[in-house]
Design a protein. Structure first.
Lengths: 133, 131
């Protein structure tokens, strides 16, 4: 079997309206036993979202159980950001955030607040780094 | 030119409503003469589709001519797709993709009118055979 790459880039399209939530599941196909770590993740928005206490968007990356990181435009939450179309916004990550071949997936929960401006429109990017095989 | 990687990962969003069919085309930008083969493919649904004899969804992977593999929720030939759980595609043949001449085609086709959506990401592993 050919060696699996040291780094895998994944990119998925987010397209949720101001009142729409979605759970995005995605993952690379990895051999059983392979372990990758989410080294970095973030969104490249196609629509700007101004931080707001009511009308906002929260993106949460996990393996379906353990949270790896969050991006929020909710001004009531520490670390909030405004999203600017065309400007990359990095997700603050924590923990081991490992993905294992054959057992793990990535889940991005996209949740809105309010009814007007809290869209999720853009490309969500994840960089995985090989930890073991 | 830097050597192209031994392994390329692709992920394609599939998103078809109940009675909608679509042909998705994808591929990797490769150097002239490069040959990759699809080593594995797996569909990771975002919406659960229960296996059924009449209302089902089939994904067919090919190069536009030769079928590489299929995945279906037709109850005799396939199984239920569960949101968040990968379903591996059984591949057969060489499954080769050649630079400049080949693409990967994913035909998403429905049967019936209830329940059989295609909503998720189809992931591929391409492995280099030559350059």
């Amino acid at each position: 079997m050919a060696a699996y790459p040291e780094v895998i880039h994944l990119e998925i399209r987010l397209n949720d309206g101001a009142t729409t939530d979605e759970d995005y599941y995605f993952a690379p196909v990895l051999p059983t036993g392979a372990v990758y770590k989410v080294q970095s993740a973030g969104i490249l928005p196609m629509t700007s979202v101004t931080a707001n206490a009511t009308n906002n968007r929260v993106l949460t990356l996990s393996d379906g159980t353990t949270t790896f990181g969050t991006i929020t435009t909710d001004t009531d939450t520490a670390g909030y950001v405004s999203l600017t179309a065309g400007t990359y916004a990095a997700m603050t990550l924590s923990g081991a955030r490992e993905i294992k071949g054959g057992t793990s997936v990535l889940k991005l929960a996209s949740v809105h607040g309010g009814t007007t401006t809290g869209v999720a429109d853009g490309m969500f990017v994840v960089e995985l780094v090989k930890m073991g095989a | 030119m830097a050597a192209y990687p031994e392994v390329i990962h692709l992920s394609v969003r599939i998103n078809d409503a109940l009675t909608v069919d679509e042909d998705y085309y994808c591929g990797a930008v490769q150097p002239s003469g490069a040959v990759y083969h699809i080593q594995s493919a797996s569909f990771l649904p975002m919406t659960t589709v229960t296996a059924d004899a009449a209302d089902y969804r089939t994904l067919t992977i090919s190069d536009g001519t030769t079928t590489f593999g299929t995945l279906t929720t037709e109850s005799t030939a396939g199984a239920t797709w569960t949101a968040g759980t990968p379903s591996a595609v059984t591949l057969s043949g060489k499954c080769e993709i050649k630079s400049g001449t080949s693409v990967i085609k994913i035909a998403s086709a429905h049967a019936g009118s209830t329940g059989a959506v295609a909503d998720g990401h189809l992931a591929f592993v391409l492995v280099k055979r030559g350059a």
